[in-house]
Design a protein around this ligand. Structure first.
Ligand code: FES
Ligand SMILES: [Fe+2]
Length: 411
């Protein structure tokens, strides 16, 4: 069924219903997308000190991400090499060594088995270290890959994103807030919703205080030429200023032209032009990195298949999408500020999180309404706007290409 559905997918149209509803296709998504590609797993400030860890669930696989004593980030399967017990049950925490709760096999922070009682003389500890998972720290954004051979083009994608991200120094930030929500919808509907701003003006009164809707996949068309010209003028003015400060801003759009698809662009913000807040002014007085100018717009970073981020002068807001089942998706939002910023003095969590808390709640309702709709017998794939939904098409065409590649290879 899946191969036939992939073969007949009509470009420019939303996907057929089974892609959003079928548990079999959900399993195929986990196998061919989430266990084969680089997945955004979290931000480095979630594990600031040696021994700090987070766990990330990718389908049946649990991945343990830990900072070792040399401050390197490492990822392991969260599975004991004795009889397979889950090692760390919590989403985050701190430990000296990794001790299995079952029979106390003990691993160091490099994954080496250093202690196992009653195993006899012939037992070789060195053959029972934790299984590694590939990890890359891209300027504070942590990506993992469960495949034996991860997509090699990630390195080149990372090299092109790095100059955009580096000035914000996410590695030197702390987590100010992290909020999980569950959307009762398929993960692809969450991503499709993220990849257009066609819905922004009518649904996001808080977000559209600071963002221009035209920045996210709008193409010139008969109905939007004037607004687009004004927006382009604002972009060109800001870009000249940012480039002079050494901040790259030009759009790189490689969402469906490579295996490790991504998009980066620094865009001006409206009104005060500083940050995605209720008055478009910075939410944190202490700026990131060496920044002195508050009006650095928003650097938007998107990666296939599961993340988007906004980097501003004062904070970074980061989103990861983790599929839970065909009809349930975890959306984790993390707000980071400078490590030395003081809550209550430099920022308040309420102000920092106000826009995206409201926006996430609105998006959740939109995704859930879409999920209900595609389950109806009346649903059939509908056309994407060529002027406002080109990046939704880029997401779907990337997904279909990667699923075709995966299912063909698996045959
Ligand atoms: S299963 Fe981990 S020590 Fe036995
Ligand atoms: Fe939205």
């Amino acid at each position: 069924m899946l191969s036939a559905l992939l073969a007949r997918r009509r470009p420019g149209y939303s996907l057929e219903a089974p892609f959003y509803l079928s548990e079999d296709i959900f399993e195929a998504d986990m196998e061919h997308i989430f266990r084969r590609h680089w997945i955004f797993a979290g931000v480095a400030p979630q594990v600031p000190e040696p021994g700090d860890y987070i766990t990330v669930e990718v389908g049946a696989d649990s991945v343990l991400i830990v900072r070792d004593d040399d401050m390197n980030l490492r990822a392991f399967h969260n599975v004991c090499r004795h009889r397979g017990s889950r090692l760390c049950q919590d989403h985050q925490g701190s430990l000296g060594n990794i001790v299995c709760p079952y029979h106390q096999w003990t691993y160091d922070l490099e994954g080496k088995l250093i202690h196992a009682d009653h195993m006899g003389e012939a037992f070789l500890r060195e053959q029972h270290g934790l299984k590694k998972v590939h990890l890359r720290n891209l300027e504070g954004l942590i990506f993992i890959c469960l495949a034996d051979e991860p997509p090699a083009d990630f390195e080149e994608a990372a090299a092109r994103m790095r100059p955009y991200l580096a000035p914000h120094r996410l590695d030197d930030c702390k987590v100010a807030a992290q909020i999980d929500i569950i959307e009762e919808g398929n993960w692809k509907l969450t991503l499709e919703n993220n990849r257009e701003c066609y819905h922004c003006m009518s649904n996001h009164p808080e977000l559209t205080i600071s963002i221009y809707e035209q920045g996210f996949g709008y193409q010139p068309g008969p109905q939007n030429a004037e607004g687009l010209a004004q927006f382009e003028h604002a972009v060109n003015e800001s870009r000249a200023r940012w480039e002079a400060m050494g901040l790259p801003s030009a759009r790189i759009e490689e969402l469906d032209t490579r295996v490790s698809g991504f998009r980066v662009q620094r865009l001006p913000l409206d009104r005060a032009g500083q940050s995605q807040t209720l008055n478009a002014e910075v939410a944190c007085k202490k700026l990131l990195g060496n920044f002195e100018d508050k009006a650095l717009g928003g650097l938007s970073v998107w990666t296939q298949p599961n993340s988007w981020h906004h980097f501003m002068s004062d904070h970074v807001v980061s989103f990861s999408t983790i599929p839970l089942s065909a009809g349930r998706t975890l959306v984790r939002t993390t707000w980071c500020v400078h490590r030395d910023a003081v809550e209550g003095v430099d920022y308040t969590v309420d102000n920092l999180t106000a826009v995206w808390n409201a926006t996430n709640a609105q998006d959740r309702r939109l995704v859930e309404a879409a999920q209900s709709g595609v389950a109806s017998s009346a649903y059939e794939p509908g056309p994407y706007s060529p002027y406002a939904e080109a990046l939704v098409e880029a997401f779907c065409s990337w997904y279909v290409d990667r699923m075709r590649a995966g299912t063909t290879a698996a045959r």
